[in-house]
Design a protein around this ligand. Sequence first.
Ligand code: PEP
Ligand code: MN
Length: 339
Amino acid sequence: MIITMKKSAPKQEIDALMGRLSSKGLQIHSSIGENYNVFGLVGDTSVIDPKQIEANPFVESVVRVAAPYKKANRLFHPEDSIIEAGGIKIGGQEKLVIIGGPCSIEGREATVQIAKAVKQSGGCMLRGGAYKPRTSPYAFQGLGTEGILAMVEARKQTGLPIVSELMSADKLDEFVEYVDMIQIGARNMQNFDLLKAVGKVNKPVLLKRGLANTIEEWIMAAEYIMAEGNENVVFCERGIRTFEPYTRNTLDLSVIPIIKEKTHLPIIIDPSHATGDWKLVEAMSLAAIAAGADGLIIEVHENPECSWSDGAQSLKPKKFQELIEKGRVIAHVIGREIA
Ligand code: PEP
Ligand code: MN
């Protein structure tokens, strides 16, 4: 971290600030120039809030040179982390994971049926929401425990591991017992108590990017989970809010190489919530594979017109299968394979 203080800063102000910083265990290298006093801080600056230092009227600027995250940082962990969920490996040079399933779980029979279709189409994991974060309190809120148990039955009949969204820490025990990967939804990406709670358990976490969060905020959310001891985090980009109304969100594929450069964790793409339109899902999926994603999570429904939520962005199993077949070709071009 580099702090520049104004030339007009009185010596006692400089000494007071530097004294406070060195009491936090930081080494300070000073360089006094014609117009500015520049101080380089060496050590663990993650405990310091640059904005707070900028509140000092004698401070000209504060620039962070090291990222504020440690556990997720590739600098301290050069090898790719491979995260295991229900026997499936995600990340590194492992095969790409294609996760499919309905937006909302709609009962036991429908879940078993769609799970069989996902498997037959080439998917290797089942998604489905039993606790739904709906914009309207009057919209369907999910089947709750009954939905989770429907997924458990589908896993039993197909062997597909299951991923589902946890909205509240009071259901954590249920998720630890039944699901293979816990999803933290976009709307909860900065629910810090929830992040800390999943950080205390030994289950992989699928961490979706918030609707309007920066990449650094997203990595810091992963850091919250990892700082509690659970280092099994998989990022999921699902589009961000922009001014564009032709798509539900704007899919930011540049995050794939950025997340891989900055962190050692895997990243998968959700083209369904990113576009909101089934017609765009295949193109964005192929682009995501080409850009190096470690997998995809896609909404699949037997009868999207009658789906209980997000029908407009759901693929029928046949389309899902076609997408996977095309995805295999693209994966091959970049030296990877689909599981
Ligand atoms: C979902 O995957 O069901 C979901 C609600 O996604 P997001 O949190 O990305 O909106
Ligand atoms: Mn959905």
